[in-house]
Design a binder for this molecule. Sequence first.
Ligand code: NDP
Ligand SMILES: CCCCCCCCCCCCCCCC(=O)OCC(=O)COP(=O)(O)O
Length: 315
Amino acid sequence: MLRGLEFGGGGAAAMPYLVAGGLGLLLLYRLLRRLQRRMRSLHGKVVVVTGASSGLGLACARAFHAEGARLVLCGRDLRRLESLRDELSERGPEDRTPRVVPFDLGSPGEVARAAERVVEAYGRVDVLVSGAGISYRGEAALTAMDVHRQLMEVNYFGAIALLTALLPSMLKQGEGHIVAISSVQGRIAIPFRSAYAASKHATQAYFDSLRAEVADSGLKVTVVSPGYIRTNLSLNALTADGTPYHAMDANTAGGRSPDSVAQDVVGAVLDGRAEVVSAGLVPTAAVYLRTLLPSLYFILMARRARSDRKKAEQA
Ligand SMILES: NC(=O)C1=CN([C@@H]2O[C@H](COP(=O)(O)OP(=O)(O)OC[C@H]3O[C@@H](n4cnc5c(N)ncnc54)[C@H](OP(=O)(O)O)[C@@H]3O)[C@@H](O)[C@H]2O)C=CC1
Ligand SMILES: CCCCCCCCCCCCCCCC(=O)OCC(=O)COP(=O)(O)O
């Protein structure tokens, strides 16, 4: 008994040393990661960015260019892609002038040809940032099937069609990095986002499978799951009948800056991370809640649906 008490007392006395040791190990781990990151470089790497004409993709293009990468810029809006190319070409040597490959990810016929032009641009692809995407706002029960299909076509099928066309050359190289820009809505589903959340859940699952399959081929796969970002996403979102939503949501307007999320994307590539949840406390907590206490999460989401519906009726 006495011995036990003595032991207990000794354990309490050792606690500060254990805490200090733990913190020391954590600091050492962070320091090593920072050193490792400094040793990796994106200089001269060929980085393909889809969705480079706006928002997060545009910010990623700027961030990778600042790291010394050679860029291939993709999107539909040629004018905005060319304007980004001109902006970046003024900031780097001529051999790093970005190439522009415009195409519609929602048009299956265009993707294979576009992939050829993407590889031709610099003769290789080191990093693919699959950032293009559209969102949606609507009641599942009232949503036209064409809208569900369009969300899947752009966010999921288009993205994996491009990747499938680029994979053989990346596998042949034996090194490369694939970054899927998903969303926290690839981990949790919220009301009135059925088509969007479904397309992002599909993205998460596909890239998790792929990561395992290419693990021994020298290719890394990162899924980035951001929370709200200040971009045009809500303006461009589709509604239940397929017409654009055309409004800036408060959540979108109050979201993180695209530049800071782009820094997380660059960091994830430099650190070779498998996944990054780039979101605030509440969306991140929601991801854990959905996994650990799903019944509570479902109750909260039913409440959210009721409240959103009431707000829409009053508006
Ligand atoms: N904003 C947010 O709150 C969040 C965004 N995300 C994700 O970030 C990604 C980027 O979105 P974000 O920057 O916010 O939104 P934006 O609307 O600002 O940008 C979307 C980009 O996707 C491109 N795109 C859309 N449709 C197509 C298409 N059919 N073919 C080719 N390119 C297309 C657009 O280019 P163009 O018009 O030239 O075709 C544009 O460059 C998306 O995958 C989104 O789901 C994730 C979490 C939160
Ligand atoms: C601190 C304890 C919190 C416990 C969690 C309670 C659950 C609260 C639910 C919160 C839901 C967060 C949703 C976040 C959605 C989001 O960030 O989505 C990112 C996007 O992709 C945005 O696309 P959208 O078209 O929806 O604007």
